[in-house]
Write a protein that binds this ligand. Structure first.
Ligand code: FAD
Length: 524
């Protein structure tokens, strides 16, 4: 060592636990770069670690000011603060950009402690520092990555929110903040509750075992009473606790990342497409129904006279083949009877050919059908005509799904027929109430649907007749074949239900349909 600090090795005093040279050895061998300066920062001593950090050996550095280490980029204010602090005899700690002997720079984490003598004067300073360039680089890198992730998350078009296991929000993005504006606090908690209700045990199980959930569609009511649809995905990740107590016994914390995409508009478009599809299906069915009715009507109309002709032919044949005393069998008459028989036979064949042309109803697989959905879809379809006719509609769906086992298209057709009849009946009425009331009520083992109208009603004696084919209370001028209710009854019978006109209803007409509820879904 070229130079030594002013103080020589003091002899170990009796009573001192440690010999004083031990202090020197400890400083000498310390891993931190240590220097001791006078009151003006002139270096008197530096240890081996100082040389490793700065490149300056003790013989080169002693006598120089600590400013030799300055890279000349640290702001003056930092030095002023440093000096102000140590001159008040308080230790100072901070970061300084230093220069090594070889000219390279490094970031030094410096602590300067004033050494105060018995008279209370600062005689020396103890400087300790270490190179924290790498630590700082890593910290900055983490910070940069965090900033990058935050800006990516913020720019995302989906709402993203990070929750702890108590469902407290730790991080969110701009889209999520917009959701708070729309749905109130706390959208994530509301959506998780909705998922829990919708998925039941499957959600609880996945949640408890921190399993991810792929996009699930869920709907919630917004404060302004509109239904909003969201697609939610849940991802879990775990993090090691950063607390000191978890240093040797790692603790894992789980975090839930919820990504939320508003799909209300998509759902609205899908619903519009579905309703349009249903409209197309129903109008196709209506067309087929029209053809069926026309052909069935023609067959029915032709059958009457043909039966009469047939009866006449039989009578003629009997008379001609019975010999009388005055005249024998009439040869010409027999010939005409056989021609008539042949004509009848040809007519019957033509009638059968006509009957074969009647399109059969499509027989798709039976399935669970929710009558609530069928009726509300039909009401959506008829909204325009109801509004146009100024008819007030009261729709009372059941609070639970009204499930029956049946053909969706046929059931739609059935209720469409009943609704059309009801609208027509209301339109017939001049003045007075213009009201429709549709109610769907699950009973013990069947679902009951009422279609009520404030029209003229159906006379007591016609209550059963209206279900007969070709019976109509309307004139032929209105193009009514009288097959609508017959078709309705056919569909109801095929589904094992009943249909009638309620005799107890006197404010118009109430058609009552009862259909067996889907097995296993008894509502009482
Ligand atoms: P200077 O003129 O030296 O100082 C800049 C400002 O500091 C001045 O405007 C003044 O306000 C204040 N100042 C400087 N000296 C004094 C003084 N004696 N009394 C009151 N105020 C004063 N600097 C580093 O860059 N790297 C180090 O690793 C480092 N270690 C140090 C260790 C110790 C123990 C001490 C006491 C100081 C250390 N310094 C260190 C500070 C160093 O002494 C210089 O103050 C600093 O480097 C700035 O030097 P300068 O030549 O740019 O300006």
């Amino acid at each position: 060592m070229a130079k030594q600090p002013a103080a020589q090795n003091p002899p170990a005093e009796s009573g001192d636990a440690l010999p004083s040279h031990l202090f020197r050895q400890a400083v000498e061998q310390a891993a931190l770069a240590i220097s001791i300066t006078d009151a003006r920062a002139n270096i008197l001593y530096s240890n081996a670690a100082f040389q490793r950090t700065t490149g300056y050996g003790q013989d080169e550095i002693v006598g120089h000011n600590e400013s030799i280490l300055s890279y000349r980029v640290t702001p003056t204010l930092v030095y002023e603060t440093l000096w102000a602090q140590i001159q008040r005899q308080r230790p100072w700690n901070g970061l300084l950009v230093n220069k090594r002997k070889d000219g390279t720079r490094y970031l030094a984490d410096v602590t300067i402690t004033p050494v105060v003598n018995d008279a209370g004067l600062t005689t020396h300073y103890l400087g300790m520092h270490r190179d924290v360039t790498e630590v700082h680089r890593l910290e900055r890198q983490v910070q940069n990555q965090k900033t990058l992730i935050e800006s990516v998350v913020d720019a995302a078009q989906v709402a993203i929110v990070l929750l702890d296991e108590q469902e407290r929000v730790l991080l969110d993005n701009q889209e999520y903040k917009k959701l708070i504006g729309d749905l109130g606090k706390e959208p994530a908690v509301k959506l998780l509750a909705a998922l829990r209700t919708q998925m039941g045990a499957a959600f609880t199980n996945a949640y408890e075992h921190h399993r991810n959930l792929a996009a699930r569609e869920v709907c919630i009511a917004s404060p302004n009473n509109t239904t909003r649809w969201f697609s939610c995905a849940v991802s879990w990740f775990e993090e090691h606790d950063v607390g000191a107590d978890a240093f040797y016994e790692p603790l894992r914390r789980h975090y839930l990342l919820l990504t939320i995409q508003d799909i209300s508009e998509l759902k609205r478009q899908q619903e519009e497409l579905r309703i349009n599809g249903l409209r197309a299906l129903l109008s196709e069915q209506e067309r087929i129904q029209g053809v069926r009715e026309t052909l069935a009507g023609a067959v029915y109309q032709l059958e009457g006279p043909l039966n009469m002709l047939s009866a006449v032919a039989h009578m003629l044949e009997r008379r001609l083949t019975t010999p009388t005393s005055s005249s024998g069998t009439d040869g010409v008459g027999l010939l005409s009877a056989s021609a008539l028989e042949e004509a009848i036979q040809k007519s019957r064949e033509a009638l059968e050919a006509l009957r074969a042309c009647i399109p059969i109803q499509s027989r798709k697989e039976m399935q669970a059908v929710d009558l609530n959905e069928v009726l509300s879809d039909l009401l959506k379809l008829t909204t325009a005509s109801l509004l146009g006719a100024g008819i007030v509609v009261e729709w009372l769906p059941s609070d639970k799904p009204a499930l029956v086992f049946g053909h969706p298209a046929q059931l739609s057709n059935l209720f469409k027929q009943l609704l059309s009849n009801a609208i027509e009946a209301v339109n017939e009425q001049r003045g007075g109430r213009r009201e429709l009331r549709i109610a769907c009520t699950p009973c013990a083992d069947y679902i009951e649907v009422f279609v009520e109208d404030s029209g003229p009603g159906i006379a007591e004696e016609l209550r059963y007749k209206v279900f007969q084919p070709f019976f109509t209370t309307k004139g032929a001028a209105q193009h009514h074949l009288g097959l609508g209710l017959a078709m309705a009854q056919e569909v109801v019978s095929q589904h094992g239900g009943t249909i009638d006109v309620d005799p107890g209803y006197h404010h118009g007409c109430r058609v009552r349909v009862q259909l067996p509820c889907l097995r296993g879904t008894s509502h009482v």
